[in-house]
Design a protein around this ligand. Structure first.
Ligand code: GRF
Length: 195
């Protein structure tokens, strides 16, 4: 399977995904693309020998479809079977999502369905939750709402700040996403619960 990974920033999840696709893994990375030409993850991908592309979303303003048309030119050239959103911070239009539905995954830093959207860690702390975590799900037109493929939980500790909780969750993201991608690429869509 050919995997394209979309990023917006440092790409720490992308790095773990690329590093996991070796040996008898059923998938290989064919593209890392970003909506920000300055994304630190682009240099990391290039250093790992993965082709990269950048389509700056800013010149397109509110015209999401025009941005996605350019992004799709880079994607189509790579002929991916699977797209992984990894720290990708742009909302995608329904037509784009529907074109890839069933083959596009996302990682979200909360135990969905709780805390869709932003500031997930601050909201979990504010709510006094005993646990937090991350979710890998299939992308559907409704933000952070698709079928769950995997989750990992962490405790919320006394004195946690959004940053300390985010760091604890990120460690689990780096375990969960590669594990889910390997199973998904092999055709296994059973939900994975990591302890
Ligand atoms: C992190 O906050 C992570 O929780 C979310 O996207 C952000 C950046 O991730 N998935 P990455 O380091 O760019 O993969």
């Amino acid at each position: 399977k050919r995997v394209a990974i979309l990023i917006s920033g440092g790409g720490s999840n992308m790095v773990r995904l690329v590093e996991s696709m070796t040996g008898d893994h059923p998938a290989r990375p064919v593209l890392v693309a970003s909506n920000d030409p300055g994304a630190g993850g682009l240099a990391k991908a290039a250093a790992m020998g993965v082709p990269t592309a950048a389509v700056d979303h800013r010149p397109f303003g509110k015209d999401r479809a025009a941005f996605e048309h350019e992004l799709s030119r880079a994607l189509d050239a790579a002929r991916p079977d699977i797209i992984c959103l990894a720290g990708f911070m742009r909302v995608l239009t329904a037509p784009f999502v529907e074109r890839w539905q069933g083959r596009m995954l996302n990682i979200h830093p909360s135990l969905l369905p709780k805390y869709t959207g932003l500031h997930t860690h601050a909201r979990a702390i504010e709510a006094g939750d005993s646990h937090a975590g991350c979710t890998v799900h299939l992308v559907t037109p409704v933000l952070d709402d698709g079928p769950i493929l995997g989750q990992a939980r962490v405790p919320v500790l006394p004195g946690d700040t959004p940053d300390t909780l985010a760091a604890r969750v990120l460690v689990q993201e780096h375990r969960l996403y590669p594990a889910v991608l390997r199973r998904f690429a092999a055709g296994d869509e059973d939900i994975l619960h990591l302890q």
